[in-house]
Design a protein around this ligand. Sequence first.
Ligand code: SF4
Length: 256
Amino acid sequence: MTSMSLETTAAALARQLDCLTLGERLALVASLDGRAVFTTSLGIEDQVITAAIGTAKLDIEVSTLETGRLFNETVALIDTTEETYGILIKRFHPEQADIDAYAASYGLNGFYESIEARHACCGVRKVKPLARALAGATYWVTGLRRGQSGNRAETPFAEADLERGLIKINPLADWDIDTIRAYVVAEAIPVNPLHSRGYPSIGCEPCTRAIKPGEPERAGRWWWENDETRECGLHVAEAASQPIPDTKKVMAGSAA
Ligand code: SF4
């Protein structure tokens, strides 16, 4: 699709999705021409979407980015979710050469030192694997919600992702966290036990802390940074454009 047709199609889809239930939204996406991929972080909203896809056996692939720095609880939940819904969750891992190059350039935990180093780590462990997960996809289903942070307050039901050449579908854009919590209880959906220990939003273990009462949902993600920079590059074009180390150059540099 051209950029203009991506935008036109996304706008029309957003209008259609607005008045549908979650199940109807996902069923509509599954019925469209082209491959649909849902990328799950195993967070509570993503578990709601996985449950809807798995229960209705919808033709939407489910993938996750296994960054190598996830909490053990998150990794265990991948298996539990597959067993519960009889589905396959495709794991996409970072390339070992990229990890080695990052460590040589910044240090394994260099992401604490600068925004550039943090975006570079997310680039290696998330953005590049995501590109492989979405290769050839027409529709990218996500669990983004407007209530998650100020950065996400305008999240539409469908939007053109011109950089990746696809349409991003956000079927839970209008759900609030209380509705999500009630839904997982009512539907007996397995969720990460860390949610009940103060982690409403869960990413990589070294970059996620529990939040304090009254803090925004994503305050525990990259807590040492300010609000404007706290995305991993998967959903923010500006962050995605941050420099990611060229593996070959860094490897050559480290060998010198
Ligand atoms: S969240 Fe942290 S550990 Fe995970 S990829 Fe980003 S910087 Fe690296």
